[in-house]
Ligand binder design. Structure first.
Ligand code: TMP
Length: 209
């Protein structure tokens, strides 16, 4: 029944670049679907525009919109791909809401968990790749790449440090699900490390089934 792998990390961790390269490698042998949150399907991309552009909004509204986009994307894209036995590589999932809204935005991790439990029911990732990078290096990379910054990217250093601290808590609470990859080395090395842990997960799942 497919394999659901999510990618998490702070700004500048190289998540999107790494995900694409990992997909290119896996596609040589497997059916792979790559996607992202918030977005991935039309309705969720529309919610993404509301979330990431424009002015600030109430923290709970923000969390609810991320959860709504997540639900639509899950139902329309992720679940059908898993049913078709694909490997789904998804750029961000529930952990992002826990780290960004729950911890960094400080609206309460438990509340964010509850609305996400409602949104995803019992559909959880088989494995979550966490691209581990110190906050300063992430900021340097963003500055060098001159990447277009969205509303959340523009939050201050305290916010981004809290995002990383939030992720560290989540990793401590879910050691079996997270694969923590050192993302401070070259893209090629990071991609090789991720491909290796994903291959182990594919093997594990095929033995289980
Ligand atoms: P991206 O930069 O990885 O495309 O993600 C978009 C932004 O949205 C990023 O700043 C992280 C943020 N985000 C949340 O705050 N909560 C969420 O649940 C998700 C999926 C993303």
């Amino acid at each position: 029944m497919g394999l659901f792998i999510t990618f998490e990390g702070p700004e500048g961790s190289g998540k999107t670049t790494v995900l694409r390269a990992v997909a290119a490698e896996l596609e040589k042998v497997h059916d792979v679907v790559t996607t992202r949150e918030p977005g991935g399907v039309e309705t969720a991309e529309a919610i993404r525009n509301i979330l990431l552009d424009g002015e600030g909004m109430d923290g709970r509204t923000e969390a609810l919109l991320f959860a709504a986009a997540r639900r639509e994307h899950l139902v329309q894209k992720v679940l059908p791909a898993l049913e078709a036995n694909c490997i789904v590589l998804c750029d961000r999932f529930v952990d992002s809401s826990l780290a960004y809204q729950g911890y960094a935005r400080q609206i309460g991790v438990e509340g964010v968990q509850r609305i996400n439990d409602f949104a995803v029911e019992d559909h959880h990732p088989d494995m979550t790749i966490y691209l581990d990078i110190p906050a300063e290096l992430g900021r340097e990379r963003i500055a060098i790449n001159q990447r277009e910054q969205n509303r959340l990217d523009k939050e201050d250093i305290v916010f981004h440090d809290a995002v990383i601290a939030g992720y560290k808590e989540l990793i401590a609470q879910n050691p079996g699900r997270f694969a923590v990859i050192d993302a401070s080395c070259s893209v090629d090395e990071v991609v090789a490390d991720v491909v290796s842990v994903v291959r182990q997960q594919i093997e594990k799942k095929s033995i289980e089934n």
